[in-house]
Design a protein around this ligand. Structure first.
Ligand code: 2HG
Ligand code: ZN
Length: 476
Protein backbone atom coordinates (compact mmCIF):
# COMPACT_ATOMS: atom_id res chain seq x y z
CA UNK A 1 0.00 0.00 0.00
CA UNK A 2 1.34 3.41 -0.96
CA UNK A 3 2.49 5.58 1.91
CA UNK A 4 0.03 8.44 1.15
CA UNK A 5 2.48 11.20 2.09
CA UNK A 6 4.94 10.00 -0.53
CA UNK A 7 2.33 9.86 -3.24
CA UNK A 8 1.12 13.36 -2.54
CA UNK A 9 4.71 14.67 -2.43
CA UNK A 10 5.43 12.96 -5.75
CA UNK A 11 2.26 14.48 -7.20
CA UNK A 12 3.35 17.95 -6.22
CA UNK A 13 6.78 17.30 -7.75
CA UNK A 14 5.70 16.06 -11.19
CA UNK A 15 1.96 16.80 -11.44
CA UNK A 16 -1.01 14.53 -10.69
CA UNK A 17 -1.22 13.17 -14.23
CA UNK A 18 2.29 11.77 -14.02
CA UNK A 19 1.94 9.70 -10.86
CA UNK A 20 0.15 6.49 -11.85
CA UNK A 21 -1.29 4.53 -8.94
CA UNK A 22 -4.18 2.59 -10.53
CA UNK A 23 -3.42 -1.06 -11.12
CA UNK A 24 -4.36 -0.88 -14.81
CA UNK A 25 -2.17 2.17 -15.42
CA UNK A 26 0.81 0.60 -13.61
CA UNK A 27 0.55 -2.82 -15.24
CA UNK A 28 2.53 -1.99 -18.41
CA UNK A 29 5.46 -0.82 -16.26
CA UNK A 30 5.49 -3.75 -13.85
CA UNK A 31 6.32 -6.65 -16.19
CA UNK A 32 9.30 -6.60 -18.51
CA UNK A 33 9.54 -7.54 -22.19
CA UNK A 34 10.60 -11.10 -21.43
CA UNK A 35 7.29 -11.69 -19.67
CA UNK A 36 9.20 -13.56 -16.94
CA UNK A 37 9.88 -10.75 -14.45
CA UNK A 38 7.22 -8.85 -12.59
CA UNK A 39 6.70 -6.94 -9.34
CA UNK A 40 4.50 -4.24 -7.81
CA UNK A 41 5.20 -0.53 -7.58
CA UNK A 42 3.38 1.82 -5.20
CA UNK A 43 3.35 4.25 -8.11
CA UNK A 44 4.80 4.84 -11.55
CA UNK A 45 6.29 8.32 -11.62
CA UNK A 46 6.97 10.09 -14.90
CA UNK A 47 9.12 13.20 -14.39
CA UNK A 48 9.42 15.51 -17.39
CA UNK A 49 12.64 17.37 -16.52
CA UNK A 50 16.00 16.76 -14.83
CA UNK A 51 14.85 19.00 -11.99
CA UNK A 52 11.78 16.83 -11.47
CA UNK A 53 13.92 13.66 -11.48
CA UNK A 54 16.04 15.23 -8.72
CA UNK A 55 12.90 16.08 -6.72
CA UNK A 56 11.55 12.54 -7.07
CA UNK A 57 14.85 11.05 -5.86
CA UNK A 58 15.00 13.42 -2.86
CA UNK A 59 11.44 12.52 -1.88
CA UNK A 60 12.09 8.78 -2.16
CA UNK A 61 15.35 8.95 -0.26
CA UNK A 62 13.75 10.83 2.60
CA UNK A 63 10.77 8.47 2.71
CA UNK A 64 12.83 5.28 2.37
CA UNK A 65 11.22 4.24 -0.90
CA UNK A 66 13.22 2.29 -3.51
CA UNK A 67 13.51 3.61 -7.06
CA UNK A 68 13.50 1.38 -10.13
CA UNK A 69 14.56 3.45 -13.15
CA UNK A 70 12.89 2.38 -16.39
CA UNK A 71 13.27 3.41 -20.05
CA UNK A 72 11.28 1.71 -22.82
CA UNK A 73 10.78 -1.45 -20.71
CA UNK A 74 12.31 -3.70 -23.37
CA UNK A 75 14.66 -5.30 -20.82
CA UNK A 76 14.90 -9.08 -20.58
CA UNK A 77 16.57 -9.66 -17.19
CA UNK A 78 14.16 -8.07 -14.71
CA UNK A 79 16.34 -4.99 -14.11
CA UNK A 80 13.78 -2.33 -15.06
CA UNK A 81 10.69 -3.59 -13.25
CA UNK A 82 9.97 -3.78 -9.49
CA UNK A 83 11.48 -6.73 -7.66
CA UNK A 84 9.29 -9.80 -7.11
CA UNK A 85 6.80 -9.45 -4.29
CA UNK A 86 8.19 -10.40 -0.91
CA UNK A 87 11.84 -10.04 -1.96
CA UNK A 88 12.40 -6.47 -0.72
CA UNK A 89 11.80 -4.73 2.57
CA UNK A 90 10.81 -1.31 1.27
CA UNK A 91 8.13 -0.18 -1.15
CA UNK A 92 9.32 0.87 -4.61
CA UNK A 93 8.33 3.28 -7.34
CA UNK A 94 9.07 2.89 -11.03
CA UNK A 95 10.76 6.08 -12.25
CA UNK A 96 9.89 6.12 -15.95
CA UNK A 97 12.25 8.28 -18.01
CA UNK A 98 10.06 8.20 -21.12
CA UNK A 99 8.95 11.84 -20.75
CA UNK A 100 12.57 13.02 -20.82
CA UNK A 101 12.30 13.43 -24.58
CA UNK A 102 13.66 15.90 -27.05
CA UNK A 103 16.58 15.87 -29.42
CA UNK A 104 18.57 19.07 -29.77
CA UNK A 105 21.72 20.71 -31.01
CA UNK A 106 22.67 18.30 -33.77
CA UNK A 107 26.17 19.27 -34.88
CA UNK A 108 26.94 17.74 -38.30
CA UNK A 109 30.60 18.80 -38.04
CA UNK A 110 31.28 17.31 -34.63
CA UNK A 111 28.84 14.52 -35.61
CA UNK A 112 26.93 14.63 -32.33
CA UNK A 113 23.50 15.42 -30.96
CA UNK A 114 21.96 15.75 -27.51
CA UNK A 115 19.06 13.47 -26.59
CA UNK A 116 16.87 13.16 -23.52
CA UNK A 117 17.05 9.79 -21.80
CA UNK A 118 13.52 8.97 -23.00
CA UNK A 119 14.33 9.39 -26.71
CA UNK A 120 13.95 6.05 -28.50
CA UNK A 121 16.69 4.49 -30.62
CA UNK A 122 14.44 4.99 -33.68
CA UNK A 123 14.06 8.71 -32.82
CA UNK A 124 17.84 9.02 -32.46
CA UNK A 125 18.20 7.40 -35.90
CA UNK A 126 15.56 9.72 -37.42
CA UNK A 127 17.14 12.85 -35.93
CA UNK A 128 20.55 11.80 -37.27
CA UNK A 129 19.12 11.08 -40.72
CA UNK A 130 17.49 14.52 -40.77
CA UNK A 131 21.00 16.04 -40.84
CA UNK A 132 22.34 13.50 -43.38
CA UNK A 133 23.93 11.24 -40.75
CA UNK A 134 22.96 8.06 -38.90
CA UNK A 135 22.95 6.54 -35.42
CA UNK A 136 25.67 3.96 -34.80
CA UNK A 137 23.35 1.65 -32.84
CA UNK A 138 20.57 -0.58 -34.11
CA UNK A 139 18.54 -3.49 -32.77
CA UNK A 140 15.08 -5.00 -33.09
CA UNK A 141 13.54 -3.12 -30.11
CA UNK A 142 14.48 0.26 -31.67
CA UNK A 143 10.93 1.69 -31.58
CA UNK A 144 10.55 1.34 -27.79
CA UNK A 145 14.05 1.04 -26.31
CA UNK A 146 15.41 4.38 -25.07
CA UNK A 147 18.76 6.13 -24.99
CA UNK A 148 18.77 6.03 -21.17
CA UNK A 149 18.05 2.31 -21.09
CA UNK A 150 20.68 1.64 -23.76
CA UNK A 151 23.24 3.48 -21.63
CA UNK A 152 22.18 1.69 -18.43
CA UNK A 153 22.68 -1.73 -20.05
CA UNK A 154 25.50 -0.84 -22.45
CA UNK A 155 23.25 -2.10 -25.26
CA UNK A 156 24.82 -3.67 -28.34
CA UNK A 157 22.77 -4.89 -31.27
CA UNK A 158 23.86 -5.55 -34.82
CA UNK A 159 26.33 -2.76 -35.71
CA UNK A 160 28.81 -3.35 -32.87
CA UNK A 161 31.50 -4.80 -35.11
CA UNK A 162 31.68 -1.51 -37.00
CA UNK A 163 30.91 1.12 -34.35
CA UNK A 164 31.15 -0.52 -30.90
CA UNK A 165 28.54 -0.84 -28.16
CA UNK A 166 26.59 2.02 -26.56
CA UNK A 167 29.66 2.74 -24.42
CA UNK A 168 31.45 4.03 -27.52
CA UNK A 169 28.57 6.35 -28.46
CA UNK A 170 28.24 8.42 -25.28
CA UNK A 171 30.32 11.59 -25.59
CA UNK A 172 28.67 13.28 -22.63
CA UNK A 173 26.10 12.50 -19.98
CA UNK A 174 23.83 14.19 -17.47
CA UNK A 175 22.62 12.12 -14.52
CA UNK A 176 21.04 12.57 -11.11
CA UNK A 177 22.55 10.90 -8.05
CA UNK A 178 20.39 9.30 -5.36
CA UNK A 179 20.54 12.47 -3.25
CA UNK A 180 19.29 14.66 -6.10
CA UNK A 181 22.61 16.19 -7.14
CA UNK A 182 23.24 16.44 -10.88
CA UNK A 183 26.57 15.21 -12.31
CA UNK A 184 28.18 15.07 -15.75
CA UNK A 185 28.42 17.32 -18.77
CA UNK A 186 26.82 17.47 -22.21
CA UNK A 187 29.73 19.33 -23.83
CA UNK A 188 30.72 16.20 -25.77
CA UNK A 189 34.43 16.96 -25.88
CA UNK A 190 36.14 14.05 -27.64
CA UNK A 191 39.27 14.73 -25.59
CA UNK A 192 39.09 15.54 -21.91
CA UNK A 193 41.24 14.36 -19.03
CA UNK A 194 39.85 16.25 -16.06
CA UNK A 195 38.90 13.52 -13.65
CA UNK A 196 36.36 10.70 -13.71
CA UNK A 197 34.62 10.23 -17.04
CA UNK A 198 30.93 9.95 -16.14
CA UNK A 199 29.87 8.25 -19.39
CA UNK A 200 32.33 5.45 -18.56
CA UNK A 201 31.25 5.23 -14.92
CA UNK A 202 27.53 5.08 -15.67
CA UNK A 203 27.35 3.06 -18.89
CA UNK A 204 26.40 -0.50 -17.93
CA UNK A 205 25.57 0.39 -14.31
CA UNK A 206 21.94 -0.74 -14.77
CA UNK A 207 20.34 2.09 -12.83
CA UNK A 208 22.30 1.38 -9.64
CA UNK A 209 24.52 4.49 -9.49
CA UNK A 210 22.38 7.34 -10.85
CA UNK A 211 19.42 8.11 -13.10
CA UNK A 212 20.60 9.15 -16.57
CA UNK A 213 18.57 12.13 -17.83
CA UNK A 214 20.31 13.12 -21.09
CA UNK A 215 23.29 12.28 -23.25
CA UNK A 216 25.51 13.76 -25.93
CA UNK A 217 25.59 11.06 -28.59
CA UNK A 218 27.89 10.20 -31.43
CA UNK A 219 26.62 10.12 -35.01
CA UNK A 220 28.11 8.22 -37.97
CA UNK A 221 27.90 8.65 -41.75
CA UNK A 222 24.63 7.77 -43.48
CA UNK A 223 25.51 5.34 -46.24
CA UNK A 224 23.54 5.60 -49.48
CA UNK A 225 24.24 2.01 -50.52
CA UNK A 226 23.26 -0.95 -48.37
CA UNK A 227 23.33 -4.60 -49.35
CA UNK A 228 21.91 -7.46 -47.30
CA UNK A 229 22.71 -11.15 -47.75
CA UNK A 230 21.33 -14.29 -46.14
CA UNK A 231 23.84 -17.12 -46.51
CA UNK A 232 24.00 -20.71 -45.30
CA UNK A 233 27.11 -22.33 -43.85
CA UNK A 234 27.65 -26.04 -43.21
CA UNK A 235 28.98 -25.56 -39.67
CA UNK A 236 29.53 -22.89 -37.03
CA UNK A 237 33.27 -23.23 -37.61
CA UNK A 238 32.72 -22.30 -41.26
CA UNK A 239 30.54 -19.36 -40.16
CA UNK A 240 33.33 -18.09 -37.88
CA UNK A 241 35.93 -18.43 -40.65
CA UNK A 242 33.66 -16.55 -43.06
CA UNK A 243 33.14 -13.76 -40.50
CA UNK A 244 36.91 -13.32 -40.20
CA UNK A 245 37.28 -13.18 -43.97
CA UNK A 246 34.47 -10.62 -44.36
CA UNK A 247 35.97 -8.44 -41.61
CA UNK A 248 39.40 -8.49 -43.19
CA UNK A 249 38.20 -7.86 -46.75
CA UNK A 250 35.24 -5.49 -46.40
CA UNK A 251 35.67 -1.99 -45.00
CA UNK A 252 31.92 -1.59 -45.54
CA UNK A 253 30.93 -4.51 -43.27
CA UNK A 254 28.13 -3.42 -40.92
CA UNK A 255 26.84 -6.60 -39.30
CA UNK A 256 27.11 -10.39 -39.25
CA UNK A 257 24.24 -12.07 -37.45
CA UNK A 258 23.72 -15.78 -36.88
CA UNK A 259 20.50 -17.82 -36.96
CA UNK A 260 20.50 -21.54 -36.19
CA UNK A 261 18.37 -23.86 -38.35
CA UNK A 262 15.71 -24.28 -35.62
CA UNK A 263 15.37 -20.49 -35.24
CA UNK A 264 15.15 -20.08 -39.01
CA UNK A 265 12.38 -22.68 -39.23
CA UNK A 266 10.46 -21.09 -36.34
CA UNK A 267 10.60 -17.56 -37.74
CA UNK A 268 9.78 -18.87 -41.24
CA UNK A 269 6.61 -20.44 -39.86
CA UNK A 270 5.76 -17.18 -38.10
CA UNK A 271 6.32 -15.12 -41.26
CA UNK A 272 4.44 -17.66 -43.38
CA UNK A 273 7.28 -18.11 -45.87
CA UNK A 274 10.33 -20.34 -46.08
CA UNK A 275 13.79 -18.82 -45.87
CA UNK A 276 15.61 -18.62 -49.21
CA UNK A 277 18.50 -20.68 -47.81
CA UNK A 278 18.52 -24.01 -45.95
CA UNK A 279 21.45 -24.58 -43.59
CA UNK A 280 21.99 -28.25 -42.66
CA UNK A 281 21.62 -29.39 -39.03
CA UNK A 282 24.70 -28.15 -37.16
CA UNK A 283 25.09 -25.36 -39.73
CA UNK A 284 23.83 -21.79 -39.60
CA UNK A 285 22.28 -18.99 -41.60
CA UNK A 286 24.13 -15.68 -41.50
CA UNK A 287 22.56 -12.30 -42.14
CA UNK A 288 25.31 -10.07 -43.48
CA UNK A 289 25.03 -6.34 -44.19
CA UNK A 290 27.44 -3.96 -45.89
CA UNK A 291 26.92 -0.23 -46.23
CA UNK A 292 29.03 2.34 -48.05
CA UNK A 293 29.16 5.53 -50.06
CA UNK A 294 29.75 3.32 -53.11
CA UNK A 295 27.76 0.15 -53.82
CA UNK A 296 29.46 -2.69 -51.86
CA UNK A 297 27.47 -5.50 -53.56
CA UNK A 298 30.20 -6.84 -55.86
CA UNK A 299 32.81 -6.71 -53.06
CA UNK A 300 30.46 -8.66 -50.79
CA UNK A 301 29.70 -11.29 -53.41
CA UNK A 302 33.43 -11.69 -54.13
CA UNK A 303 34.23 -12.02 -50.42
CA UNK A 304 31.51 -14.65 -49.96
CA UNK A 305 33.36 -16.81 -52.51
CA UNK A 306 31.94 -20.33 -52.86
CA UNK A 307 29.35 -19.65 -50.16
CA UNK A 308 27.69 -17.17 -52.54
CA UNK A 309 26.15 -20.31 -54.12
CA UNK A 310 23.80 -20.82 -51.16
CA UNK A 311 22.78 -17.23 -50.53
CA UNK A 312 20.19 -14.58 -51.26
CA UNK A 313 21.47 -11.06 -51.87
CA UNK A 314 19.22 -7.98 -51.87
CA UNK A 315 19.70 -4.26 -52.49
CA UNK A 316 16.08 -3.21 -52.96
CA UNK A 317 14.73 -1.94 -49.58
CA UNK A 318 11.65 -4.18 -49.66
CA UNK A 319 13.66 -7.27 -50.53
CA UNK A 320 16.21 -6.39 -47.86
CA UNK A 321 13.40 -6.06 -45.31
CA UNK A 322 12.19 -9.54 -46.31
CA UNK A 323 15.60 -11.00 -45.45
CA UNK A 324 16.06 -8.94 -42.25
CA UNK A 325 12.69 -10.18 -40.94
CA UNK A 326 14.21 -13.68 -40.58
CA UNK A 327 16.54 -12.19 -37.94
CA UNK A 328 14.59 -9.32 -36.40
CA UNK A 329 11.36 -11.20 -35.78
CA UNK A 330 12.70 -14.29 -34.01
CA UNK A 331 11.91 -12.92 -30.52
CA UNK A 332 8.35 -12.17 -31.62
CA UNK A 333 8.04 -15.65 -33.17
CA UNK A 334 9.19 -17.26 -29.90
CA UNK A 335 6.78 -15.17 -27.85
CA UNK A 336 3.96 -16.26 -30.10
CA UNK A 337 5.03 -19.91 -29.94
CA UNK A 338 4.93 -19.81 -26.14
CA UNK A 339 1.89 -17.50 -25.82
CA UNK A 340 -0.34 -18.50 -22.94
CA UNK A 341 2.40 -20.68 -21.46
CA UNK A 342 5.73 -20.01 -19.76
CA UNK A 343 7.84 -17.42 -21.63
CA UNK A 344 11.16 -18.65 -23.11
CA UNK A 345 14.08 -18.95 -20.70
CA UNK A 346 16.82 -16.69 -22.11
CA UNK A 347 20.58 -16.70 -21.77
CA UNK A 348 22.57 -13.92 -23.47
CA UNK A 349 26.18 -15.04 -23.57
CA UNK A 350 29.37 -14.37 -25.50
CA UNK A 351 32.62 -16.27 -25.91
CA UNK A 352 35.77 -15.61 -27.91
CA UNK A 353 34.96 -16.50 -31.54
CA UNK A 354 37.24 -19.54 -31.53
CA UNK A 355 35.12 -21.10 -28.74
CA UNK A 356 31.72 -20.51 -30.35
CA UNK A 357 31.35 -23.97 -31.86
CA UNK A 358 32.08 -25.55 -28.47
CA UNK A 359 29.59 -23.26 -26.72
CA UNK A 360 26.92 -24.21 -29.27
CA UNK A 361 27.59 -27.90 -28.59
CA UNK A 362 27.32 -27.40 -24.79
CA UNK A 363 24.05 -25.49 -25.25
CA UNK A 364 22.61 -28.19 -27.50
CA UNK A 365 23.49 -30.90 -24.95
CA UNK A 366 22.04 -28.93 -22.03
CA UNK A 367 18.77 -28.40 -23.93
CA UNK A 368 18.63 -32.06 -24.98
CA UNK A 369 19.20 -33.19 -21.35
CA UNK A 370 16.34 -30.95 -20.23
CA UNK A 371 14.11 -31.99 -23.10
CA UNK A 372 13.36 -28.39 -24.12
CA UNK A 373 13.43 -26.75 -27.55
CA UNK A 374 16.53 -24.58 -28.10
CA UNK A 375 16.29 -21.53 -30.37
CA UNK A 376 19.75 -20.00 -30.82
CA UNK A 377 20.64 -16.85 -32.72
CA UNK A 378 22.60 -13.67 -32.16
CA UNK A 379 25.46 -11.42 -33.11
CA UNK A 380 28.14 -13.64 -34.64
CA UNK A 381 30.88 -11.06 -34.96
CA UNK A 382 30.97 -10.65 -31.15
CA UNK A 383 30.60 -14.36 -30.40
CA UNK A 384 27.26 -13.38 -28.81
CA UNK A 385 24.53 -16.03 -28.77
CA UNK A 386 20.96 -15.59 -27.53
CA UNK A 387 20.04 -19.04 -26.22
CA UNK A 388 16.30 -19.29 -25.84
CA UNK A 389 14.79 -22.36 -24.20
CA UNK A 390 11.15 -23.09 -24.95
CA UNK A 391 9.36 -25.39 -22.56
CA UNK A 392 12.37 -25.77 -20.24
CA UNK A 393 11.69 -28.03 -17.25
CA UNK A 394 14.70 -26.97 -15.17
CA UNK A 395 16.08 -23.56 -16.23
CA UNK A 396 18.39 -23.26 -13.21
CA UNK A 397 20.27 -26.43 -14.20
CA UNK A 398 20.50 -25.28 -17.84
CA UNK A 399 21.85 -21.93 -16.64
CA UNK A 400 24.39 -23.49 -14.27
CA UNK A 401 25.67 -25.84 -17.01
CA UNK A 402 25.83 -23.29 -19.82
CA UNK A 403 27.11 -20.34 -17.79
CA UNK A 404 29.88 -22.39 -16.14
CA UNK A 405 30.98 -23.56 -19.60
CA UNK A 406 30.87 -19.97 -20.86
CA UNK A 407 33.13 -18.86 -18.00
CA UNK A 408 35.53 -21.77 -18.62
CA UNK A 409 35.72 -20.79 -22.29
CA UNK A 410 36.76 -17.25 -21.33
CA UNK A 411 33.36 -15.72 -22.10
CA UNK A 412 30.75 -13.66 -20.29
CA UNK A 413 27.40 -14.55 -18.70
CA UNK A 414 25.85 -11.40 -20.18
CA UNK A 415 26.88 -9.84 -23.49
CA UNK A 416 24.30 -7.09 -23.95
CA UNK A 417 21.12 -7.67 -21.91
CA UNK A 418 22.73 -7.04 -18.54
CA UNK A 419 22.66 -8.90 -15.23
CA UNK A 420 19.40 -7.48 -13.83
CA UNK A 421 18.10 -9.89 -11.23
CA UNK A 422 18.16 -12.84 -13.62
CA UNK A 423 21.93 -13.43 -13.66
CA UNK A 424 22.97 -12.36 -10.13
CA UNK A 425 23.55 -15.94 -8.87
CA UNK A 426 26.23 -16.45 -11.53
CA UNK A 427 28.09 -13.12 -11.35
CA UNK A 428 30.86 -14.79 -9.34
CA UNK A 429 31.70 -16.91 -12.40
CA UNK A 430 33.04 -13.89 -14.27
CA UNK A 431 33.94 -11.39 -11.50
CA UNK A 432 36.41 -11.91 -8.67
CA UNK A 433 35.46 -11.10 -5.08
CA UNK A 434 37.92 -8.17 -5.16
CA UNK A 435 36.12 -6.85 -8.23
CA UNK A 436 32.65 -7.29 -6.74
CA UNK A 437 33.76 -5.73 -3.44
CA UNK A 438 35.10 -2.65 -5.21
CA UNK A 439 31.89 -2.29 -7.21
CA UNK A 440 29.82 -2.53 -4.02
CA UNK A 441 31.98 0.19 -2.42
CA UNK A 442 31.41 2.56 -5.36
CA UNK A 443 27.70 1.88 -5.17
CA UNK A 444 27.54 2.50 -1.42
CA UNK A 445 29.49 5.76 -1.81
CA UNK A 446 27.12 7.15 -4.46
CA UNK A 447 23.90 5.78 -2.94
CA UNK A 448 24.46 5.19 0.80
CA UNK A 449 20.77 4.54 1.48
CA UNK A 450 20.71 1.89 -1.28
CA UNK A 451 17.49 3.13 -2.90
CA UNK A 452 18.60 2.79 -6.53
CA UNK A 453 17.55 -0.50 -8.13
CA UNK A 454 18.26 -2.76 -5.12
CA UNK A 455 18.89 -6.41 -5.98
CA UNK A 456 20.06 -5.56 -9.49
CA UNK A 457 23.73 -6.34 -10.21
CA UNK A 458 24.05 -7.51 -6.60
CA UNK A 459 26.14 -10.67 -6.40
CA UNK A 460 24.56 -13.54 -4.54
CA UNK A 461 26.45 -16.28 -2.73
CA UNK A 462 28.01 -18.75 -5.12
CA UNK A 463 26.47 -22.17 -5.24
CA UNK A 464 28.54 -24.99 -3.77
CA UNK A 465 30.41 -26.43 -6.72
CA UNK A 466 30.06 -25.18 -10.24
CA UNK A 467 27.37 -27.57 -11.38
CA UNK A 468 25.20 -27.04 -8.31
CA UNK A 469 21.89 -25.30 -8.76
CA UNK A 470 21.77 -21.81 -7.27
CA UNK A 471 18.43 -20.65 -5.96
CA UNK A 472 17.19 -17.89 -8.19
CA UNK A 473 13.94 -16.24 -7.16
CA UNK A 474 12.67 -15.66 -10.69
CA UNK A 475 14.07 -18.70 -12.47
CA UNK A 476 11.13 -21.06 -12.27
C1 2HG B 1 18.08 -9.46 -30.26
O1 2HG B 1 19.26 -9.56 -30.61
C2 2HG B 1 17.76 -9.09 -28.87
O2 2HG B 1 17.16 -9.60 -31.09
C3 2HG B 1 16.75 -10.04 -28.21
O3 2HG B 1 18.91 -8.98 -28.11
C4 2HG B 1 17.26 -11.44 -28.06
O4 2HG B 1 15.07 -12.35 -27.56
C5 2HG B 1 16.29 -12.47 -27.45
O5 2HG B 1 16.80 -13.45 -26.86
ZN1 ZN C 1 20.74 -9.17 -29.31
Amino acid sequence: VAPPAVVSDLRSAVGDAHVLVDEDARAGYETDWSGRYTGRAVAVVRPGTTHEVAEVLRICRTAGVDVVPQGGNTGLVGGGVPRPEGSTERPAIVLSTRRLGGVSAADPDAMQLTAGAGVTIAEWQAAARAVGLDAPLDFAARDSATVGGAIATNAGGSRVLRFGTMRSQVAGIEAVLADGRVVGSLAGLPKETAGLHWPSVLTGSEGTLAVVTAARLRLVPRFEHVVTALVATASIGEAVDLTGRLRRQLGSLDSVEIIDPAALALVGGHLGRAAPVTPPPGGAALLVECAGHVDPTSDLVAALGDIAGDSAVAVDPLQRAHLIAFRDRITEAMNQASAGGVPPFKLDVAVPLGALEELAAVARRAAADDGCRLIAFGHLAEGNLHLNHLGARDPATIAATVLSAVADLGGTISAEHGIGIAKTPWLHLVRSSADLGAQAAVRAALDPAGILNPGVLAPRPPAIGRAATPTAPQVP
